[in-house]
Design a protein around this ligand. Structure first.
Ligand SMILES: Cc1ncc(COP(=O)(O)O)c(C=O)c1O
Length: 454
C-alpha cells in the first residue's frame, strides 16, 4: 500500500519561507524577515519549539491560546489515533453519533446550570456568528453591543462587533445594528440597553488585544443590566477559557451566569479546528422551536469527529494535570517577578494579568524622551517590538506585541510551562527592556526597516 511519505516530503522540502512567500502570503514573510522571526521550524513539545538548527524556543505565545494543554500533547494525540483506529462513523449528517454528545455533556458538566445546550462550530469566529444569529432569533431583536478594543474574530458578523479600527477599515460596510461602548463604562452600556432593542451584549472577560482587565464590579453590573433590559449576556471565552486565567472559565472569577458562552481554541488541544457555543435552554428553545426549525443553524464539518475526540481528551488532561491551578499559581508568580519592573525601569508603565494571560505596558520614560518619541512616531507600539525582537533572537522566547499600535507586550503561554520557564522569561524580559532602552541607534535602524513593512 503506498503511503503519502510525509517524512520524505518534509526532508526534501527546501525553504519553507520561500514557498510561503510564493504560494501563501509574501507580505507576511517580509514581516517575519524584517522582525528576524524567519526561522525554519522542525518540531514542538509542551511549551517548546525547536528550529532546524536544533535551538529550543520557549513558547510564550501558545498559538494565540490554542495550546493550553501543551503542544503535541501525547494524551490528546492518543485519543485522535484511537478515534481514527476505531473507524468511528464521523458525520452522518442525518443522524446522531456518540462523540459530540459526550463532549457536550462533558462541557456542560463544567459550567453553570444555566448553560444547557451546545452548538458546535469549527472555529472561534463561527461560535460568535452562532451567538449573533441565535441571539437575534431568540430575542427577536437585532442590535448588538460590544466594546472598544474588543476582538471576536474576523468574519463579517464578528468583525462588525470588533472595537479596533485597524481590523475593520477597508472591509465595510459592516453589519447594521452594531455599536461599541467603552470597556468599564456601565452608564454608556445602559444608555444602549435601555432602548430594549439590543439582542446581545458581547464581552471578553479579559480583552485579548492589550490584555485589559475589567474594572471592579463591571462584569457583574453589565450582567445585571442585561437581565433588566432583556438583553442576552454573551461572555466570549474563546481566549480566556479552558484554564487560561486560573479558572476553567474566566467568568467564574466574578460568579457570572452568562446566557451565551462562545469557546474554541484550546478545546481540541490545538490539533483540530473547533468551536462551540454554550447557551441557556431558553435561547436554544426560542430558536430551535419546532421540527421545521430543527436545523436552523450549523455547518458541514461541525461537529467534527476528531475535534470531539480531542476535546474529550483535552478536558480530561486539564483536570488530571491540574492545569487550571497551575495557571493560577504561575500567573501569580509571573506578576510577582515582573511587577518590580514598574519601579525599576521608567519605560515600564504597568504589568497586569490574570492567570497566564499577562502583559507589560511601556510608556514614555522621563529620561531618553527623545528616542522614545522618535521610535513611537515611526510606528506607535514599536518599542514593544524592540523588546519582542531580542527576546526571540537572543533569549529564544516567542512572544508578541498585544495589538496594533499599542506599546504592550503580551504573554499567553501553554499552561504546561514550568516555574523555571517563568523565571527565565522574567529575567530575559528585564534584560531585553534594559537593552532596548540603551541602544537608540540600533533601534532607530530597526524602526526604519520596520517602517518599510507596509
Ligand atoms: C476573544 C476571541 N474571540 C474570538 C476569536 C476568534 O477565534 P478564531 O480565530 O478561532 O476565529 C479570538 C481569536 O483570537 C479571540 O481571541
Amino acid at each position: 500500500m503506498g503511503g503519502t511519505d510525509l517524512r520524505g516530503m518534509l526532508k526534501g522540502r527546501g525553504d519553507d519561507l520561500d514557498r510561503w512567500a510564493r504560494t501563501i502570503n509574501p507580505q507576511f514573510i517580509r514581516v517575519l524577515r524584517t522582525i528576524d522571526f524567519d526561522r525554519t521550524w522542525e518540531r514542538a513539545e509542551g511549551a517548546y519549539l525547536w528550529d532546524a538548527d536544533g535551538h529550543r524556543y520557549l513558547d510564550m505565545l501558545g498559538g494565540f491560546g490554542m495550546y493550553n494543554a501543551g503542544r503535541n500533547n501525547p494524551r490528546i494525540r492518543d485519543a485522535l489515533i484511537e478515534a481514527l483506529e476505531l473507524d468511528t462513523p464521523g458525520s452522518v449528517q442525518m443522524g446522531a453519533t456518540a462523540l459530540p454528545g459526550l463532549l457536550a455533556e462533558a462541557l456542560l458538566a463544567r459550567t453553570p446550570a444555566r448553560l444547557e445546550r451546545v452548538q458546535f462550530t469549527s472555529s472561534g469566529t463561527e461560535a460568535i456568528e452562532a451567538a449573533l444569529k441565535l441571539g437575534r432569533a431568540a430575542t427577536k431583536r437585532s442590535r448588538v453591543i460590544s466594546l472598544d478594543h474588543g476582538f471576536h474574530g474576523l468574519t463579517l458578523g464578528s468583525l462588525s462587533a470588533n472595537g479596533n479600527p485597524e481590523f475593520t477599515a477597508r472591509f465595510g460596510p459592516l453589519l447594521p445594528g452594531f455599536e461599541q461602548v467603552p470597556f468599564g463604562d456601565l452608564d454608556a452600556l445602559e444608555e444602549q440597553l435601555r432602548r430594549e432593542d439590543v439582542a446581545l451584549f458581547l464581552v471578553e472577560p479579559v480583552q485579548g488585544k492589550g490584555v485589559n482587565l475589567p474594572p471592579e464590579g463591571y462584569l457583574q453590573g453589565a450582567q445585571a443590566l442585561c437581565r433588566r433590559y432583556g438583553t442576552l449576556f454573551c461572555v466570549d471565552e474563546i481566549q480566556t477559557g479552558f484554564g487560561r486565567t486560573g479558572k476553567l472559565f474566566a467568568f467564574e472569577h466574578w460568579g457570572l451566569e452568562p446566557d451565551l458562552v462562545p469557546v474554541a481554541k484550546s478545546l481540541s488541544g490545538g490539533y483540530v479546528p473547533v468551536g462551540a457555543l454554550l447557551m441557556s435552554r431558553a435561547v436554544h428553545e426560542a430558536v430551535y422551536d419546532s421540527m421545521k426549525n430543527a436545523v436552523a443553524h450549523g455547518s458541514t464539518f461541525a461537529p467534527n469527529e476528531l475535534a470531539m475526540a480531542a476535546g474529550l481528551a483535552t478536558l480530561q488532561e486539564i483536570d488530571d494535570q491540574g492545569l487550571v491551578e497551575q495557571a493560577a499559581r504561575l500567573g501569580e508568580k509571573l506578576l510577582e517577578l515582573t511587577r518590580p519592573l514598574v519601579d525599576e525601569l521608567d519605560v515600564v508603565r504597568e504589568v497586569r494579568g490574570l492567570g497566564l494571560i499577562w502583559a507589560i505596558e511601556f510608556g514614555e520614560p522621563e529620561s531618553r524622551k527623545l528616542s522614545w518619541k522618535m521610535i513611537e512616531k515611526m510606528q506607535p507600539g514599536l518599542f514593544a517590538q524592540f523588546v519582542v525582537g531580542p527576546l526571540f533572537s537572543q533569549h529564544r522566547i516567542l512572544s508578541q506585541v498585544a495589538g496594533h499600535n499599542i506599546p504592550v507586550l503580551k504573554a499567553l503561554p501553554p499552561l504546561v510551562v514550568t516555574d523555571a520557564d517563568i523565571e527565565y522569561f522574567a529575567e530575559s524580559l528585564a534584560s531585553a527592556i534594559k537593552r532596548a532602552q540603551r541602544t537608540p541607534s540600533a533601534l532607530t535602524r530597526f524602526a526604519l526597516t520596520a517602517a518599510g513593512i507596509r
